[in-house]
Design a protein. Sequence first.
Length: 173
Amino acid sequence: MPQKSEDTVHILEGKATLYKREGSPFWSVRYKAYGKWERQTTKRGDLDEAKDKAVDIVTNAWFREKNDLPVVNKRFKSVARLAVQRMEDLQKADQGKATYKTYIQAINRYLVKFLGNHNVDRIDGAVLHEFNKWRIQEFGGKSPSASVINNHNSASLMATQIPPSMATSNSPT
């Protein structure tokens, strides 16, 4: 059996591991959720504080998994990429809707362009207000038609309502 590093500590009956990454003063925690390994920093240098924080992180993740919520927060572009892939897969299997083509265009041309680096859980009314101002500029200073606005709204719903098990992929954010 390999020797355990002094910078590795098992917690929660071995279901999670605290470890220090080379070059970092902080402890990170690794655990499984939705059958995939997740990693997150505790932002704590003290081991006892890191253990407490890690228990909070892991138990919160398991609660979110149990309640079919995304375990990790993702940037809009990562979640949108998964939604676009799902719609394209459905179209290839002749199970997609005709509107998917329009939604994919709206996601790629407008939504990701403006909202891409925002965390999905932090997109609020103020961000959407800024998006609307930006979108008017993109349309040459004219307000988009009600149809375009409805398509963008529907596309944003498609982008953010993907199954949480897909949202835990380790795609770059």
